[in-house]
Write a protein that binds this ligand. Structure first.
Ligand SMILES: *[C@@H]1O[C@H](CO)[C@@H](O)[C@H](O)[C@H]1NC(C)=O
Ligand SMILES: *[C@@H]1O[C@H](CO)[C@@H](O)[C@H](O)[C@H]1NC(C)=O
Ligand SMILES: *[C@@H]1O[C@H](CO)[C@@H](O)[C@H](O)[C@H]1NC(C)=O
Ligand SMILES: *[C@@H]1O[C@H](CO)[C@@H](O)[C@H](O)[C@H]1NC(C)=O
Length: 428
């Protein structure tokens, strides 16, 4: 376990780094602590990709075999998405045509959609779909902070080796290298939106997510300065899990108002503690597991996927899931009405976790790592939905790393297939 003192030093360094952007000593010290963190902790390192997620970039002029990482310069990623607007909630309506009004004439039906027209308070500001899906994302190429046996590659490499593509249906594909046998890592993809937000509605429509023994995918949001700026894991799990686990990790002071699902008005179950602070709980975070087995992994995929929506507003943060056959018409119409969606899968109410204090300047992120702290850590565990039998027993291989390195064929399900990612802000 990483000592708390180390964590404190580390956090202080991050603060220092905000002002001493390019100071080499600071970079080296942070790098050193990063390495120590990776080598000395499990619980914390599990989410250290978060800590370093937007700070670490590969050093362009070093050996590609040398996963040296360093703190990014103090300049924040600019709000550079041509469609994004993180600085104001008063951005003008974009050309979605349908934003702003729901209609009752949209094809298809949903158990939770309303039959009357209602104005959506949400305004589309950033949309990723079709041929342009990958515009507005940066490809992360640093070492995986969670110890996964992946090499995150840049966009050109990912494209030329077929790891990213747009399929004939216009869906974005992000795969993992399926070479039969590898000596150390498999190439994979991790992308982060260039834009950052304070509040918003993030809607991710997916047909397929990575799944299988050794595979650890996530769709999440994160601020530049972890854990002060918070982390929201919207979709996450490992191995053969079939029930999603949504989690927040924060600075000290954010708690989950209750551990009771009825009190929280959620369909999921609180599985971690109610103290969401990373530094005082070994980074357990406030985790909530979905009740339904079509919410993650093979259950999600065999059901045709579905839509995840994360609402981050003055009421707090909530994660909703709609399986493919029950997507509300207001979402399909581009005029989302979260108040009509019924119980959230997970929720962290504002009453005990100020949503604009503990979560700041978030980008959205997709990644797929292999083994690493979580998927390796539970390789021999069983008993969770989808994981009735451990991966060690299922594969007959005693370690995650040995299995993943020697079985490229097991990567056949390790891909994201995304219809769209849409980010909304409230209208003024
Ligand atoms: C972002 O919001 C500001 C302030 O309302 C506005 O001036 C600007 O045009 C917006 N930018 C975009 C890209 O919507
Ligand atoms: C892949 O490369 C081709 C050819 O340069 C380009 O047209 C396409 O947009 C690229 N796709 C991605 C996802 O980068
Ligand atoms: C679990 O993972 C193994 C190994 O990747 C795979 O062969 C199997 O199909 C998975 N089982 C389910 C139910 O997803
Ligand atoms: C959030 O981003 C803005 C714009 O770059 C910056 O001015 C602000 O200081 C950031 N907030 C925090 C808490 O880092």
């Amino acid at each position: 376990m990483m000592g708390f003192k180390q964590v404190t030093i580390y956090a202080a360094l991050l603060a220092v780094d905000q002002t001493l952007a390019s100071h080499t000593l600071v970079q080296r010290a942070a790098h050193s602590i990063h390495q120590k963190a990776i080598w000395h902790t499990h619980n914390l390192a599990q989410d250290l990709r978060v800590a370093f997620g937007t700070m670490l970039v590969s050093r362009a002029n070093v050996d590609s075999s040398d996963h040296v990482v360093y703190c990014k310069s103090g300049s924040q990623a600019p709000f550079s998405s041509s469609e994004g607007n993180a600085t104001s909630s008063a951005s003008p309506t974009k050309s979605t045509g349908s934003a702003g009004k729901a209609t009752s004439t949209i094809a298809g039906s949903s158990p939770t959609s309303t039959s009357t027209s209602a104005a959506s308070p949400w305004n589309l500001v950033e949309s990723h779909q079709g041929q342009d899906f990958f515009n507005g994302w940066s490809f992360f190429t640093g070492a995986d902070p969670t110890n996964g046996i992946v090499t995150y590659v840049d966009q050109n490499t990912a494209n030329s080796s077929g790891l990213v593509s747009i399929n004939s249906q216009g869906h974005a594909i992000m795969k993992v290298d399926a070479t039969a046998v590898v000596a150390s890592t498999r190439n994979s993809v991790r992308i982060t939106t260039n834009s950052q937000y304070n509040g918003g509605l993030f809607i991710m429509d997916s047909v397929h997510m990575p799944t299988g023994c050794g595979i650890w995918p996530a769709f999440w949001t994160n601020g530049p300065n972890w854990p002060v700026d918070g982390e929201i894991d919207i979709v996450e799990g490992v191995n053969n899990y079939t029930n999603n686990q949504a989690t927040v990790h924060t600075n000290v002071g954010c708690t989950l108002a209750s551990s009771n699902s009825n009190t929280l008005s959620i369909s999921g179950t609180v599985v971690g503690g109610t103290d969401c602070a990373a530094l005082t709980t070994g980074n357990q975070g406030c985790g909530i597991r979905a009740a339904t087995s079509n919410s993650f992994g093979s259950g999600f995929n065999s059901n045709g996927g579905g839509v995840y929506a994360m609402v981050w507003d003055a009421d707090g943060i909530a994660v909703y899931f709609f399986p493919a056959n029950a997507i509300p018409a207001d979402i399909t119409a581009g005029a989302p009405l979260p108040d009509s969606w019924g119980a959230a899968q997970a929720r962290w109410p504002a009453t005990s976790c100020a949503p604009f204090q503990f979560f700041v300047n978030h980008s959205a992120i997709f990644d797929t790592t292999l083994c690493g702290d979580w998927a390796s850590g539970v390789w021999s565990s069983s008993g969770l939905p989808g994981q009735e039998q451990s991966c060690a027993a299922r594969t007959g291989v005693s370690t995650c790393e040995a299995f993943v390195r020697a079985n490229g064929a097991s990567m056949s399900e390790a891909y994201w297939e995304i219809r769209s990612v849409k980010i909304y802000q409230t209208q003024s």
